[in-house]
Every structure is written in C-alpha cells, then in structure tokens.
Design a protein around this ligand. Structure first.
Ligand SMILES: Nc1ncnc2c1ncn2[C@@H]1O[C@H](COP(=O)(O)OP(=O)(O)OP(=O)(O)O)[C@@H](O)[C@H]1O
Length: 282
C-alpha cells in the first residue's frame, strides 16, 4: 500500500471509558476502490467513521488521508472528502436551495454545474424547508450535499436505511458509476448486504471493534469455502467460523482446498457474502 492512499489506518485503537470500541484496526483504501464496511449493531462502524473524519480522536495508532495525519488535514484535503451521515440534523430553517448555496460558500471546491446527477436523483423541491422534508427526503438531501462537490473520497454511514426501494435501487446503481467516473474511493457502511456485494471491490467485516475480514471479493471467492464438517487436522486451512449445523468456514488456497475435499470426499461450497457475514459477525 502507498503512503498516499486516500485512507490509511494503522493499529488504531479507540478507547471510551474502560472499553476498546476499536482495537488495533488496520485498514487501507487505495484510490478508486469501493469498500463495504459491514458489522452488527455496536461493532464500531460509526466510531471508525468518526475517527476517519477527525470527529473523534484515536487513543492509539495513526490515521492518514492521502498521507496527511487526519488531525492536521489541510483545507484542500478536507474539501476532497464527502461524508453522508446516518441522518441529517440541524439546518431546519433553511430551504433546500438556500442550504446548498450556503454550504457551497464554505467549500473551496466548486461543484461541476454540468454534473447534476445527484440533484436529479434526489428530485427535491428547492423551495421546500428542510424541516418540512420527510426522513427519506432529508437523507436524499444529505447525499446531495456531500456528493455534489465531486469528492475524491466518499464516506457513507448507512446512507440508504430511510430511502424508499426505488430511490435505494437508483442510488446503488449511481454510486459506483459516479465513483468509477471520478476515480473516487468509497467507504460505505450498510446492513443491506445484498446491495453492497454487487458494487463493492472489498468487504471489511468489523465485530466488537476488531476487523474480522478484509478481503477483495475475488480473494473471497478464491480462498474462502464452507465445508460440510470441521476439517481434518491435516487440511491446509485456517478455520474462520463454525456454524451450528456443523458446517465450517475455512480459508486456504483454492487448489489445495479442492484437492483435500476430493481426498476426503467432503462437500465444499463457494461463499455467499451474506452467509459469510452472518458466520463472522456472531
Ligand atoms: N460516546 C460513547 N460512550 C460510550 N460508548 C460508546 C460511545 N460511542 C459509541 N459507544 C459504544 O461503542 C460501540 C460501537 O458503537 P458504534 O456506533 O460505532 O457501532 P456501529 O457499528 O456503528 O453500530 P450500528 O450498526 O448500530 O450503527 C457501541 O457498543 C456503543 O455503545
């Protein structure tokens, strides 16, 4: 990984009170990669995102964005980041267009007047007051506010939870198109795994503050298998998780796994991301 990757997290711990909410997290996101951040409730996803944005201070370890320590980001680097929170709070008296113009005044990075993809997708009434918007409409506004300035790094914390199915579907189609067109990196957390597996290059699973899995989708398909029973001792695999039904998630080399399966007459299945997530997040 390069020193100047959009995100570089090294051995980062965040302690609140006595508890390590995040524990020695390593995470690198290179330019142009779309990363799904998965984890059960309370796993630490929002805390990790807060640390990446400089809203929370890590207790140990380091975070750099394009090589700059997150606590000392230059205004130019800060302007390269678009953040979509779980819910937009504040700004209730603004009208939609006023709020866009108001925030634009604070941005060093002009938006591209030709690129109205997000405004068109959101289809909001520019004259509506923010306080009169529904929960889903506010979420659309949060997405527009973060993405209309063409960020090079897009961080989204459960952005689709309150969107209707059509808006969610269109958003999930537009986001990777937009990121690929701009060469932007994306870190997106969501509980809707089926949405993420289609658009993501990499899957990161967080559980109780630890990274349980950090692999690209091709790496997962190549090296993770679910087998019918616990593996014999001589199998060349790492056991990732055991299921209640006796099936076991293992990681190894595909050729060795396939050979061992034939030798032992054992059924071997390729992974389904949702089932893998359920097994690793227990
Ligand atoms: N300020 C705080 N004080 C004490 N505990 C906190 C604080 N902030 C977060 N936590 C705890 O840290 C853990 C991780 O919280 P976090 O919000 O990062 O989880 P999450 O993965 O985003 O969960 P969810 O999917 O429910 O949004 C939780 O157990 C939470 O209670």
């Amino acid at each position: 990984m390069r020193q100047t990757d959009p995100i570089r997290v090294t051995q980062m711990t965040k302690t609140i009170g006595e508890r390590n909410i995040l524990d020695r997290v390593d995470l690198d996101i290179p330019p142009g990669e779309i990363v799904a951040l998965l984890g059960p409730n309370g796993a630490g996803k929002t805390t990790l995102i807060g640390c990446l944005l400089g809203l929370l201070t890590p207790s140990a370890g380091s975070i750099t964005l394009w090589g700059e320590p997150v606590a000392e980001l230059s205004p130019e680097t800060r302007a390269r980041i678009g953040f979509v929170p779980q819910a937009l709070t504040g700004f209730t008296w603004f009208r939609v267009r006023e709020l866009m113009d108001y925030l634009a005044a604070y941005r060093e990075r002009p938006n591209d007047p030709e690129d109205r993809v997000w405004e068109e997708w959101a289809a909001l009434d520019p004259a509506a007051r923010v306080k009169s918007l529904s929960g889903g409409e506010r979420q659309r506004l949060a997405i527009v506010l973060a993405l209309r300035f063409m960020p090079d790094l897009i961080i989204l914390d459960e952005p689709v939870a309150s969107l209707d199915p059509q808006a969610r579907h269109d958003f999930m189609r537009l986001l990777p198109e937009y990121a690929r067109r701009r060469g932007a990196s994306v870190l997106i957390s969501s509980h809707i795994i089926s949405d993420l597996e289609d658009i993501s290059d990499r899957i990161v699973i967080l559980r109780r503050g630890h990274i349980r899995l950090n692999m690209t989708i091709p790496e997962i398909m190549e090296s993770i298998r679910v087998i019918a029973a616990p593996p014999p001792a001589d199998w060349p695999v790492e056991i990732l998780a055991s299921n209640d039904d006796g099936t076991t998630w293992v990681r190894g080399w595909r050729s060795e796994l396939d050979m061992a399966a034939v030798e032992h007459g054992m059924a071997v299945d390729t992974p389904d991301i949702e089932r893998l997530f359920l097994a690793l997040s227990r």
